[in-house]
Ligand binder design. Structure first.
Ligand code: SF4
Length: 153
């Protein structure tokens, strides 16, 4: 509790390549950029950074990573894991995954309204899964806007 990513990486033997992004607490915590490497990974610091400790399963991405692909991988996970009880999560996770697939397929406008979808999921889903399911995408768009074209505007 409270260790920084820099300290954790030192203990783990470093990064293969150059650090680009990381998830401090698994899929639900979204992505943080490499410049947050000295952020203490505790409840308060991560909440203030717009993330969370989540499962505390730290995921490290190097600069070979395509953030659209990374967000899509998480979107597929959340769509699979949604139990379907409430519509903001059941439908929202489908929309996020489909939008990312369309964007990756060349549709530059596919993510235009995704922030509104993400807001609805965060505010109206019954449990934490749906509330966090769009965070990988919205955090990737926030910190790596160049990989999402005009979608962040
Ligand atoms: S938010 Fe929770 S309860 Fe609602 S569909 Fe998703 S997993 Fe089920």
């Amino acid at each position: 509790m409270g260790i920084t990513l820099r300290e954790l990486l030192d203990l783990a033997g470093g990064v293969n390549g150059t650090l680009k992004a990381f998830s401090p607490g698994g899929a639900s915590s979204g992505f943080l950029p490499a410049d947050q490497i000295d952020l203490p990974m505790d409840f308060k610091s991560l909440r203030e950074a717009g993330s969370m400790l989540g499962s505390a399963g730290v995921v490290v991405l190097n600069d070979d990573t395509d953030m659209v692909d990374a967000a899509l991988t998480q979107a597929v996970f959340f769509e699979d894991e949604s139990c379907g009880q409430c519509s903001p999560c059941r439908i929202g996770t489908q929309i996020v995954r489909q939008a990312l697939e369309r964007y990756r397929g060349g549709d530059a406008q596919a993510l235009t309204y995704i922030r509104e979808v993400a807001w609805g999921m965060r505010e109206a889903s019954i449990c934490g899964l749906g509330q966090a399911a769009a965070l990988p995408l919205t955090s990737a768009m926030k910190y790596f806007p160049q990989e999402f074209g005009d979608a962040d505007e």
